[in-house]
Design a protein around this ligand. Structure first.
Ligand code: TIU
Length: 241
């Protein structure tokens, strides 16, 4: 058996082919302050249910991806407690009375080490899964994600998380320019604004897949089921004595 067989996921604009050993699941910013009722996102008047619908599909995909022994990487958007990596324009844009670094419902907003900055319990990283702390919207900007992926020999990414049009879209664009193929399962990404979610996905798959592919978690799970069947079939049978 080939050590890294190709799996095929039904996707748009055409099927996404990936080799499990060189493909990582990259989960973007599933943080308490963005997703939990009473967090910073809701405090700004956003409808967090639009993001919370992504939790269950992400849990299913993550559980199966882990069971297959494949690579998982998480990201968190946030800043150093001294805010020296926070661009002043990011701090003041929006003219909100409460902004990054100020006291929020779950500690200082988007500051590393605070409760609201942490990943939701439903998708909590395992110790062996790298967590990338990023100061920007894209997961490659000012992080070691690219080197980590190179060292792990990862060439393709399944990108999930929040929000579709901001951190997911920026990361997919950054990944595309660095030579990675990206597949985005629509039910595993979400936006506070349904119309931005829809357009964010359309932008990725437009023009023959200008930035990547779009599918859903069921299509990826179907491909992984094929992976498990192949593993089972190729399992060495016990020799009779
Ligand atoms: N993770 C991420 O998308 N950060 C944001 O600030 N998103 C918004 O949609 N505001």
């Amino acid at each position: 058996m080939k050590t890294n067989p190709i799996l095929v996921v039904e996707a748009e604009p055409y099927p996404f082919e990936f080799a499990p050993a060189t493909c990582a699941l990259l989960i973007i910013d599933m943080q308490r302050d963005f997703l939990e009722p009473g967090g910073f996102g809701e405090m700004l008047g956003n409808d967090v249910s639009q993001l919370r619908r992504t939790i269950e599909p992400n849990q299913r995909l993550l559980a199966t991806w882990r069971a297959a022994g494949l690579q998982v990487i998480h990201t968190r958007e946030g800043h150093r407690p001294d805010l020296t990596d926070l661009p002043p324009v990011k701090k003041i844009r929006g003219r909100s009375p409460t902004s990054i670094g100020d006291a929020g419902p779950m500690g200082r907003i988007l500051v590393r080490g605070e409760d609201g900055h942490d990943i939701i319990s439903e998708l909590y990283p395992r110790p062996e899964e790298p967590v990338i702390d990023k100061p920007g919207k894209g997961a490659f900007y000012a992080t070691d994600l690219h080197s980590i992926l190179q060292h792990l020999n990862i060439r393709q990414l399944i990108v999930t998380g929040v929000t579709t049009e901001v951190c997911v879209n920026t990361t997919v664009r950054e990944a595309n320019d660095r030579g990675y193929d990206c597949l985005v399962p629509a039910d595993c990404v979400g936006s506070y604004f349904p119309e931005f979610h829809e357009m964010g996905l359309k932008m990725i798959k437009a023009q023959g897949g200008i930035f990547g592919w779009v599918s859903d978690s069921a299509a990826i799970l179907a491909a992984l089921a094929c992976h498990f069947r192949r593993l089972q079939k190729n399992k060495p049978t016990k020799q009779r004595k």
